[in-house]
Design a protein around this ligand. Structure first.
Ligand code: RUQ
Ligand code: CUA
Length: 702
C-alpha cells in the first residue's frame, strides 16, 4: 500500500469535513428521518440453529451461568432494536406524583408523564411567574407540588380499554389527574373539596361516564374540624363520582357528586360491568371506628382497626344515585353536591355486605357476575354474586343495619364462594381462560385459582380452587394482567408489583428500587414463571394497567402549527413564521418567537428592567421527534416544544443582565448553536456601557 502525499490527505480531510457539515445541514432540513427504519416483525425470517450455533449458545449460556429457563425467559422478553412492545403498562409513580409508561414484555421505560409534580424535561411547571401548572397544583391557595399517585384507570368503552384517556388518583391530597392519550399530557387536575386525602381513585364505569374516587381516612367532610371524641358523630367517609365529559376531555365538576358514608375507612373500589353494570363496590376497614391510642386503655390504630371479624363491602347503585342527584336531592358541603346517608338508605342506593377480615381489594370478574374481595388478615378470598346481591335486596334478606341506618345484607345470602389461597391476599386480576390471580403479600406469591359459574367450562379445573402459586421477590402489592380490568382480558402477561427488592439488584444505598416482575401466564396447565425483573427507581408505584399497544392512537406531531396542548386547539396567539418580533406597549412586552432546527427567531430580545413580558413560542417543526427545549437560566423557565406546539410564559424582567437562552433538547447537529440573547437593560444604566453595539430586536427567519 502506497502512502498518499500529505497535501492530498488534508484536501481529503477538508472534503470530508465539508461533507459532514453538508450532511448535518441536510439532515437538519430533512429531519434525518429518511435514514431511519425500524426493524419490523416481518423482517425476521424463521431461524434454524446449526449445531455450531447451538454449541456457541450453550457455551455463552454456561459462561454467563444461565439456565435453560433463563434462555427461554430472555427469548420471551428480549426485543431487538426497533421492534416494538405488544403492550403498554401505565403505572402509578407513587410519591413521584407521576405516571410511568413501560413496554411489555421488554419492561423498558418509555416515558414518564408529569401529573402532580413539576418536571423540567417536559417543561411541566417551569413557565415563569404565572405558571398555569403551578396554579393548578395549589390547594386552598397553598402550593402542593407533589402527589402520591396510586391507581391509574384507562378510559373504557363498553368495558374495554379504548386508549383515549388515563386517570390517576393522588392519595395524599385527594386529587384526580386527567391525561389525554393523544399527546400524553395532563389536561386537568380536580381537587376533592370534601376530603384531605383519599385512596380509592381512580376507577371508571364501563363507558367512562364517571370516574370513581373512594375516600379512606375519615375526616369532617368539607375540611371541617372535630376532635377524636366526636369521631362517630362528626367524621365521615365518602365516595365521589366525577362526571367525565369525553367530548371535552375534562371532568365536569358541576355534574359530579359524592355519597356521604359512615366513618369507616373506605378502601379500594371497582365498577360493575355487564351483569353488574350500574353498581360499584367499595371495601372498607376500621368499621370499629378506632381512634387510636390517644386515651389510655385504647389500642393503637393498627390493632384497634383490626378487631372485628368482618367489615363492610359497600354496594352502591350508582344509576339510582345519579337520578337522586339529578332530582336535586343532594345537599351542598363546601360547595359540592353530597347525597346524605339518610337519603341513600331511603332511596336504596347503598347496601353493605359483611366481608372478612380487614379487606383490601375488590375486583369484579370480566363477566361482571362476581366481586372478589381479599381480606388482608384472612387466607381466603371471598366471592360475592351480583345475582345473589340483587335477589337479597329484593327479598330484603338483611342481617341488620349499621349504626348509621345502612342495611346489611345477609352474608350467606350474597356469598358465592370462599377460596383459600394463602397469607395476605390483596388484589385480584383475571385472564382469558377462566382463572383469577391474587397477590399474596405475606406469602410473597401470586396465586392462580379457577373461577366458577359460567367460567367453569372455560377452565380445566374444579371451580373456585387454588391451582398453583409462583413465588415473587418480594412482598407483592398489586398485580396487573394484560387488559386485566376489562370485560375481555388477554391473559399472556402479568406484572407483580413487588414492594421489596432486597437482594434482586445491586444495592443503591439504603433506599432500594421497587421490583416489577413479569410473569408468563400463557399456559394454565404449567407453571407461571417470573421472566423478567424491572427495577423501578422512582417513587413507589402502586397499581398499573396494561393496554394493547395498538389501541393507543397517539399523535406523532401536533395537528397544526401553533397547537396549544392546554386547549387542544390551534392557539390564536401562536406566533407564525414571518410574524416574529417584539411588541412593546409601555413596559408591557410581548415576544413572538418561532423555533425550528436550529434557530430561534428573533435571536436577540431587548428588554428593560421592570418590563412585564409575555413570551410566546411556536415550534414550526413538522418532523416526528424533532423536539426543542427553551430555557432562560436564572428565571426558572424551561419549556418542551414538541413539533407544532405553542407555549407561552410570563415573567417580570426584574434582574438586569445579558441572558443567553438556548434549546435544552439535543435536536440537531447545530443544537448548541440554537440559542439567542435576552438583554435586560438596567434602569439606571452605568456610564460607558456598550449599548451602542446594540443588536437589532428582530431577525428574520432563515
Ligand atoms: S392499594 S396502598 Cu392500591 Cu393495595 Cu394503595
Ligand atoms: Cu433545538 Cu436543540
Amino acid at each position: 500500500m502506497t502512502r498518499k502525499p500529505r497535501a492530498h490527505t488534508s484536501r481529503l480531510h477538508v472534503a470530508l469535513a465539508a461533507g459532514v457539515v453538508l450532511t448535518m445541514i441536510a439532515g437538519d432540513a430533512l429531519g434525518q428521518d429518511t435514514t431511519r427504519r425500524r426493524r419490523r416483525t416481518e423482517d425476521a425470517k424463521p431461524i434454524e440453529l446449526t449445531p455450531a450455533q447451538v454449541a456457541d449458545l450453550t457455551k455463552l449460556a454456561n459462561s454467563r451461568k444461565l439456565s435453560v429457563d433463563d434462555l427461554v425467559a430472555a427469548a420471551k422478553t428480549y426485543l431487538p432494536s426497533g421492534r416494538h412492545d405488544d403492550y403498554v403498562l401505565f403505572s402509578s409513580g407513587g410519591q413521584s406524583g407521576q405516571v410511568f409508561a413501560i413496554g411489555v414484555p421488554s419492561m423498558r421505560l418509555l416515558r414518564s408523564i408529569s401529573v402532580f409534580t413539576p418536571e423540567s424535561w417536559q417543561g411541566y411547571g417551569f413557565a415563569g411567574d404565572n405558571d398555569a401548572v403551578r396554579e393548578r397544583l395549589k390547594i386552598n391557595g397553598k402550593p402542593v407540588e407533589w402527589g402520591d399517585t396510586h391507581h391509574p384507570a384507562l378510559s373504557e368503552s363498553g368495558g374495554e380499554y379504548d386508549g383515549q384517556f388515563l386517570f390517576i388518583g393522588d392519595k395524599a391530597n385527594a386529587r384526580l389527574g386527567v391525561i389525554d392519550l393523544r399527546d400524553w399530557e395532563t389536561k386537568q387536575i380536580v381537587k376533592n373539596p370534601l376530603t384531605v386525602s383519599d385512596h380509592g381513585a381512580a376507577f371508571v364505569t364501563p363507558n367512562t361516564d364517571y370516574v370513581i374516587e373512594g375516600g379512606q381516612y375519615a375526616t369532617v367532610l368539607g375540611y371541617g374540624y372535630a376532635t377524636p371524641e366526636d369521631y362517630k358523630k362528626s367524621y365521615r367517609g365518602m365516595v365521589t363520582m366525577w362526571k367525565f365529559d369525553r367530548a371535552k376531555g375534562r371532568i365536569d365538576e358541576s355534574q359530579s357528586f359524592a355519597l356521604e358514608l359512615p366513618p369507616y375507612w373506605q378502601d379500594l373500589a371497582d365498577a360493575g360491568k355487564l351483569a353488574s353494570d350500574g353498581f360499584f363496590f367499595v371495601n372498607s376497614f376500621n368499621t370499629e371506628m378506632a381512634t387510636g391510642g390517644i386515651e389510655s386503655g385504647k389500642p393503637p390504630f393498627e390493632a384497634g382497626a383490626s378487631q372485628r371479624d368482618t367489615d363492610y363491602l359497600h354496594i352502591v347503585d350508582w344509576k339510582k344515585a345519579e337520578k337522586v342527584f339529578k332530582d336535586g336531592k343532594a345537599k351542598k358541603i363546601n360547595g359540592f353536591s353530597v347525597i346524605t346517608m339518610d337519603t341513600s338508605a331511603a332511596e336504596g342506593i347503598l347496601y353493605f355486605a359483611p366481608e372478612p377480615k380487614s379487606p383490601h381489594g375488590v375486583d369484579v370478574t370480566p363477566n361482571g357476575q362476581y366481586m372478589v374481595v381479599a381480606g388482608k388478615l384472612d387466607p381466603h378470598v371471598t366471592v360475592y354474586s351480583i345475582e345473589k346481591v340483587k335477589k337479597a335486596i329484593a327479598d330484603k334478606k338483611f342481617s341488620g343495619k349499621d349504626d348509621y341506618g345502612i342495611p346489611i345484607l345477609d352474608f350467606d345470602a350474597v356469598k358465592e364462594a370462599q377460596v383459600e389461597l394463602g397469607l395476605g391476599p390483596l388484589h385480584t386480576q383475571f385472564d382469558d381462560k377462566g382463572y383469577a390471580y391474587t397477590s399474596l403479600f405475606l406469602d410473597s406469591a401470586v396465586a392462580r385459582w379457577s373461577l366458577g359459574g359460567e367460567y367453569d367450562s372455560k377452565n380445566a379445573d374444579e371451580p373456585w380452587k387454588l391451582v398453583q402459586k409462583t413465588p415473587v421477590q418480594y412482598n407483592i402489592g398489586h398485580l396487573c394482567a394484560a387488559e386485566g380490568d376489562t370485560v375481555s382480558p388477554d391473559g399472556n402477561y402479568l406484572i407483580s408489583m413487588s414492594k421489596w427488592s432486597v437482594d434482586r439488584f445491586l444495592t443503591t444505598g439504603p433506599l432500594l428500587p421497587q421490583n416489577f416482575q413479569l410473569l408468563d401466564i400463557t399456559s394454565p396447565g404449567t407453571t407461571m414463571p417470573v421472566i423478567f425483573d424491572a427495577p423501578i427507581g422512582v417513587g413507589e408505584p402502586h397499581y398499573c394497567q396494561m393496554i394493547k399497544a395498538d389501541k393507543l392512537k397517539s399523535w406523532d406531531i401536533y395537528p397544526e402549527i401553533g397547537w396549544n396542548p392546554h386547549t387542544q386547539a390551534l392557539d390564536p396567539h401562536s406566533p407564525q413564521k414571518g410574524k416574529e418580533g417584539v411588541v412593546r406597549d409601555g413596559s408591557t412586552v410581548t415576544v413572538n418567537m418561532t423555533a425550528i432546527r436550529s434557530h430561534f427567531t428573533p435571536e436577540h430580545v431587548m428588554l428593560e428592567e421592570g418590563d412585564h413580558v409575555t413570551w410566546r413560542i411556536t415550534s414550526t417543526e413538522q418532523t416526528k421527534d424533532a423536539t426543542h427545549g427553551f430555557c432562560i437560566g436564572g428565571y426558572n423557565i424551561n419549556l418542551s416544544l414538541e413539533p407544532g406546539e405553542f407555549a407561552e410564559f410570563e415573567f417580570t424582567a426584574d434582574k438586569p443582565g445579558t441572558y443567553p437562552f438556548y434549546c435544552t433538547e439535543f435536536c440537531s447537529a447545530l443544537h448548541l448553536e440554537m440559542m439567542g440573547y435576552l438583554h435586560i437593560k438596567p434602569k439606571a444604566a452605568p456610564k460607558a456601557d456598550a449599548s451602542d453595539t446594540k443588536p437589532a430586536t428582530t431577525a428574520s427567519a432563515k
